[in-house]
Design a protein around this ligand. Sequence first.
Ligand code: ADP
Ligand code: MG
Length: 442
Amino acid sequence: MQNTSHSLDHGASSWEEVLVELRKRVRTDQYATWFVHLRPVEITKNQVRLSVPNTFYRDWLERKYGEVIESAFRSVLDWEPTISFIVDESAPRTAAPQEGAGTAMLNPQYTFANFIVGQCNRLAHAASLAVAESPGTAYNPLFIHGGAGLGKTHLLQGICHALIAKKADTRVLFLSCEEFMNQFISAIQHGSLEAFRAEHRSPDIIAIDDVHFLARGESTQEEFFHTFNTLYNAQKQIVLTSDRAPEDIATLEERLISRFKWGLVSRMDLPDFETRVAIIQHKARLREVDLPEDVIHFVAAHVDSNIRELEGAITKIAGFASLANRTIDISLAREALEDMTPTSKPISIEEIQSLVTRRYNVKLSDLQSKKKSKSIAFPRQICMCLARRLTNHSLEEIGGYFGGRDHTTVMYADEKIRQMVAQDSTLRLALQEMETELRKKK
Ligand code: ADP
Ligand code: MG
């Protein structure tokens, strides 16, 4: 590594900048799982080499995050380096496999007491209470699904908190699906599979967040299956969340789909106006932000995508007020939320698909297929780009509308079209037309 330290001197701060960007582009748990272990070995305009603790990291990063890293370099530094990962077994691992699991991962705010119940989440909430009341017997497994920012993780952790509150020595294992996979592969490589199994097959409750990330045909899914069976047979509670219903997870094996439906499958929906008001009031109180009633109603009327966005709106308004040293009123709220207040009704991905298929004369089934010919890939990328700009769907969700593509594909499509638009005024015009058309109907 002697001969590379030179190129690092210049590159280290660039890498820091790219990391800041990456932090914004991937979810917190993904960042914690995959990116904190990266060490820069060589960072130059043409060549980026990063060391990783084992081959699993290398494969996973290459497959899932290569494009995100590339595009972060492009947007932050305007570099287009070749990215490669080097396995360095001696590299320090900030999180050993056994760490991070269990209660340390729980957010103390995500309790039932802090959860506002409305029509949108009543069933999922009631089921969660029942599970916390009689773990292993009420509903097993409990499977909660719904769009991003609707409170799935919060409810899941609410169950864990409640069980610990009831019985302090309850063995709770809470982890994201990616952590499960990561810990499993790492256990294989370190020859510590027995310890992994002892840990994952012994808790009183296992709560696994975002199981739509389980990849098909991989040993992780097999392991997950056995973990499930062992816990289920021992009448231990299993709670799972996902961004879609079990049967809609394209990568999931049939036998897991059917097991996920053995207990109760409960969907969470977008909150209605009254629930949004209640949530804003609750969050404002928690944060000790004084929001007048008309401002609360203004926010509830204008931010209707999901609950995370509602929180974002409160943060923005509070931040705006303290920066400008003004009291919070409607006009301040309007200014603060200028870029958040959308047209009256959200544009849906279906509408985008229908417009684009007509305009480019392709079939919807082609957009959802794996076909890569330009005549299909291009309109597909147009759709993804429009969906990024005009809807509040997450990258994962958008990918789901196109045959279950993953978030990096969507991110790449969006970026690609943006770059093309920068050089192609006809395309720019076409996109503007489509955007106007989509907004017009609202
Ligand atoms: P998801 O896992 O579905 O993407 P989260 O559980 O992370 O969503 O919720 C996003 C944010 O919204 C969290 O800060 C959570 O506390 C908050 N939140 C979601 N639903 C509710 C609710 N019903 N009452 C209060 N806060 C909520
Ligand atoms: Mg979540």
